[in-house]
Design a protein around this ligand. Structure first.
Ligand code: PSU
Ligand code: MN
Length: 301
């Protein structure tokens, strides 16, 4: 193994023994929540994975290496750095490692680590995708391209709420990525369960999701998105439009848009969106672990 990649011994051992492993990202720890809350969410996700009987592997770039299986102290460094941690998509891993910068991996960056280590499951809040207004200002997350080439199932409450979700679903179709609904016919809209574009397949159980993933991989497919609706969703569409208009009026653009919109929603919803966001991240980690466990019990054909 290259010294640019470090896999924690318990993760390495579990992979070696074909036991269930779930990768978790660090962008949401550093950038997705207010200070301190991100670390709580990251640790709660790890706990949820363990509780389901899988091994959690939180990924980040730290001290010159892509680390798969951060320890608690390392996770806390991402919380302390907050916005100072570089948001690390697939293109940024090398720069972060070579320059020894702290890199908080996005879903795309974490998927690259999954490909290197052979991790088949990833739990997150929501994936990146096609931004609203992409016709004027093309902005499409590298999460989509990485899903198209990595044999990993990602559990999320759909895509980030501020995106153009129907357009994101279209691009996933173009890339051959199944959009699977967990007990739902619609891709969840992150904070809200209903109103999203139709899924390409629906499953009723972790076992069924595991079977579908295995079939996809055996038939030459790569990534899958498993959409898991938040348990107590809120409809934030009117607030969201207001947030995006305000961001545009204040000339907030690029990577600054997501944090701005999230804190706007948080404030205007009286903390409801933050609560929903916290809960759904841990719930998605738990479901990813359940599918990973089910997958590990499917006897190899
Ligand atoms: N969803 C959220 N908040 C976030 C993210 C998703 O509600 O911070 C992060 C995830 O890490 C995702 C990334 O992979 O944003 C996508 O960023 P971009 O659109 O810049 O590729
Ligand atoms: Mn982008």
């Amino acid at each position: 193994m290259t010294e640019l990649l470090q896999i924690a011994p318990e993760v390495q051992q579990a992979l070696h023994e074909s036991r269930p492993v779930v990768a978790l990202e660090t962008t949401l720890i550093a950038h997705g929540f207010p200070p301190r809350v991100g670390v709580e969410v990251g640790l709660a996700s790890e706990a949820a994975v363990s509780l389901e009987g899988a091994v959690a592997a939180t990924v980040g770039v730290i001290d010159g290496a892509v680390v798969i299986g951060l320890d608690k102290k390392q996770i806390e460094r991402f919380g302390e750095a907050g916005a100072d941690a570089r948001k690390a998509g697939p293109r940024d891993l090398a720069a972060c490692a070579a320059r020894r910068e702290l890199g908080a991996t996005t879903v795309g960056g974490t998927l690259r680590a999954c490909a290197l280590a052979g991790i088949r499951f990833l739990g997150t809040g929501g994936i990146g995708g096609v931004h609203r207004g992409f016709a004027e200002r093309p902005d499409v997350s590298a999460d989509l391209a990485e899903l198209a080439r990595t044999q990993t199932l990602v559990v999320g409450a759909g895509a980030k709420s501020l995106l153009d979700v129907p357009a994101t679903a279209e691009v996933l179709e173009t890339l051959g990525v199944p959009v699977v609904g967990y007990r739902t016919d619609e891709l969840p809209l992150f904070y809200a369960a209903a109103g999203g574009p139709p899924v390409s397949a629906r499953v009723e159980s972790p076992e069924e999701a595991a079977e579908l993933a295995r079939a996809h991989w055996e038939l030459g497919g790569a990534g899958l998105l498993l959409g898991n609706a938040p348990e107590h969703g809120v409809d934030v569409e009117p607030l969201l439009e207001q947030a995006l208009r305000t961001a545009a009026a204040e000339n907030i653009s690029g990577q600054a848009v997501t944090p701005f919109v999230l804190s706007f929603l948080h404030e205007r919803s009286g903390g409801r969106t933050l609560e929903v966001n916290r809960d759904l991240v841990a719930a998605n980690a738990a479901l990813a672990a359940q599918v990973a466990v089910a997958f590990s019990t499917i006897s190899p054909r």
